[in-house]
Design a protein around this ligand. Sequence first.
Ligand code: HEC
Length: 139
Amino acid sequence: MSKRTFITFGVLVFVLAVVIPWLAFRGSGDANTGAEAVPAKLKEGQALFQTNCGRCHTLYAAGTTGNFGPDLDLLLAPTGPPEPGEAGEKQAKSTAERVLNAQREGVDSSMRGRMPPAILNPAQQKIVAEFVGAVAGEG
Ligand code: HEC
């Protein structure tokens, strides 16, 4: 084998054995694959949502894709661009209230399946509602 062929072959082996697997596997190994990174104060709500709501609801920020209930990004997305400052907080708050109410009372519009009330305890409901209020419509 000439030196040149040897080097070319070496480079090829390196690409196949090292670079391609590295490209394929980098970024995986994260326990929350698919979920968005959220501020620390929303983390608990995100985890609760993933475990208790995600099998029925799609929500981008939680990385869930359930489709028994409505896609909450579509249903709860703020109309128009995100509002800056206080207006944005107000918007998140009213969405959170709607989410809290849905969890407390359950939802049964008789149009699709129904959502059972009180899947979580009241304190957890509030934590999830704040999370969803803050993130719905992203992505
Ligand atoms: C067993 C499946 C299921 C689970 C689990 C579930 N939901 Fe639902 N959810 C539904 C269905 C179905 C609807 C729509 C019901 C209808 O339109 O009659 C719904 C509707 C909603 C709505 C819309 C209410 C509105 O104002 O229109 C919100 C918000 C919601 N769910 C939040 C949650 C949250 C938060 C959780 C986790 C605590 C959760 N859901 C868990 C099935 C589920």
